[in-house]
Design a protein around this ligand. Structure first.
Ligand SMILES: Cc1cc2nc3c(=O)[nH]c(=O)nc-3n(C[C@H](O)[C@H](O)[C@H](O)COP(=O)(O)OP(=O)(O)OC[C@H]3O[C@@H](n4cnc5c(N)ncnc54)[C@H](O)[C@@H]3O)c2cc1C
Length: 428
């Protein structure tokens, strides 16, 4: 891959090359920016494919801040599309996927050119020793061990590496740090360590055609990766309540991540659903922003650890509605209404807030993956003590596997075991 179809410009050339240009894609990038590094090879390969029809431009955001801010570009990378000087299509930022860029590029050119370009895409075959599916603490630790053992390791993640830790505000129980660590920094260190050890990343990608029996999968529809061993470390995600309005207003008033969305609730009122560790700890974090938090919990007391409970119960901004359950979410002008039922009297009541955060447990990330695995009664992958699954040469680690507790240290331990064992089973 080469950068010959990409032009690097600064704000002085923006009018000439972007506003007075024809069809243009612009990537605002930064230094020391893992999502920018993840985007770069995708941008280069698309520049090779679409370069005759569309101008590919990169602008270093840190040195062109005024221009970026005028355009509403607040983070790196951000990818913009122009047709004859006008901004068109999506404003892509963060974990930018190849397919999302292709959709926007296709919209700029004729259907005939789209079909010619798509036909010119060359499928790629890659082989590795150990393929790791999921880059949370479990997958990253497995990658560090396997790469340090000089195995060719490819780590595939549909998002950016880091897993749940990257969106956890503070982690106070990971050994080695006296002070609580910001989750995004802890996951950043793990991810950089895995890269430094020699792991190849395919991140912010689409994964399809997974065949665990033959140990192969297809990334972004073009690269088939085969492996001698696979380690599944796809983690878990917040469980949905399955109530009216929940899916509809997800990201538009209903959130599952305080670190990601807390900042939008400065001096606002929040309703939290749940009463376990995540709900209570994240509510405490949200007190930095919100003026009032109401925790709705089905039981008559909290289920969180004692310290978090004590802090929450004593906090002047946090109120409780015990023995209540939500029944529906309704979008309002102010934010969100939550219809709750009193579990003792069965009376319904509507509570209003600016936003709702839900923490009611987790589910394994096995959509499209789980069919071939032996699962426990809650749907998590069963393993033996060496993290083998029922499928030969396929391991499962961390939150996605069956276990009594789910913590970073446990995922890290699983990843260690799987990588050492997988390495032992491979010829030297
Ligand atoms: C709010 C919150 C706070 C927490 N606080 C703590 C704490 O303080 N201390 C602690 O020890 N633990 C904490 N935990 C638990 C801890 O984060 C998890 O146990 C840990 O992250 C599990 O690591 P993992 O590698 O198994 O999976 P995850 O961290 O879930 O990572 C899984 C990765 O797999 C990727 N993925 C998912 N599906 C696919 C797919 N189909 N293909 C490819 N990739 C995929 C995801 O994008 C993700 O990057 C907290 C969890 C939450 C939700």
């Amino acid at each position: 891959m080469s950068e010959q179809n990409i032009t690097y410009i600064d704000h002085n050339q923006y009018d000439e090359l972007v506003l007075n240009g024809d069809k243009v894609i612009v990537d605002f990038y930064s230094d020391e920016c893992p999502p920018c590094e993840a985007l770069a090879p995708k941008f280069e390969s698309l520049a090779e494919l679409y370069g005759q029809d569309i101008k590919f431009i990169k602008i270093f955001r840190q040195k062109n801040r005024e221009l970026a801010e005028t355009l509403g570009v607040k983070s790196s990378p951000t990818v913009l599309f122009y047709n004859q000087g006008k901004l068109v299509g999506d404003f892509l930022s963060g974990a930018v996927k190849r397919s999302a860029m292709m959709q926007n590029l296709d919209a700029l050119i004729s259907p005939q050119r789209v079909s010619e370009i798509h036909q010119a895409i060359k499928p790629k075959q890659t082989h590795c020793d150990i393929l790791i599916l999921g880059g949370g603490p479990g997958g990253l630790t497995a990658a560090i061990y396997a790469a340090q053992a000089k195995r060719k390791v490819i780590l595939v993640d549909t998002a950016l590496p880091g897993g749940q830790v990257s969106t956890t505000h503070l982690v106070s129980n990971y050994p080695g740090f006296i002070e609580a660590q910001h989750g995004y920094m802890l996951s950043h260190y793990m991810s950089e360590q895995a890269l430094h050890a020699g792991t190849e990343y395919r991140v912010a990608v689409e994964v399809s055609e997974i065949d665990f029996k033959n140990k192969s999968l297809v990334v972004d529809g073009i690269e088939t990766i085969t492996a001698k061993k696979i380690i599944v470390s796809t983690g878990s995600s917040p469980r949905l309540l399955g109530l009216p309005g929940e899916v509809e207003y997800r990201g538009r008033g209903i959130s599952y991540c305080a670190t990601c969305d807390g900042k939008y609730y400065d001096d606002k009122e929040i309703i939290v659903i749940g009463g376990g560790n995540s709900a209570v700890e994240e509510s405490l974090f949200l007190t930095q922003f919100a003026s009032k938090i109401t925790i709705i919990h089905q039981f008559d007391k909290l289920q969180a650890n004692k310290t978090a409970q004590e802090q929450a119960l004593a906090h002047p901004k946090i109120n409780f509605k015990f023995e209540h359950e939500p029944r529906a979410f309704i979008k309002t002008e102010k934010g969100m209404d939550v219809v709750v039922e009193n579990l003792k009297t069965h009376e319904s009541q509507t509570l209003s807030a600016d936003g709702v955060f839900i923490w009611v447990g987790m589910k394994p990330n096995l959509d499209g993956l789980g069919d071939a695995f032996e699962l426990d009664e809650w749907g998590y992958i069963k393993t033996d003590a060496l993290m083998h699954t029922n499928i030969p040469d396929v391991f499962a680690v961390g939150d996605v596997s069956s276990k009594p507790f789910r913590q970073i240290t446990i995922a890290v331990s699983d990843g260690t075991i799987a990588a050492i064992q997988a390495n032992k089973e491979l010829p030297i």
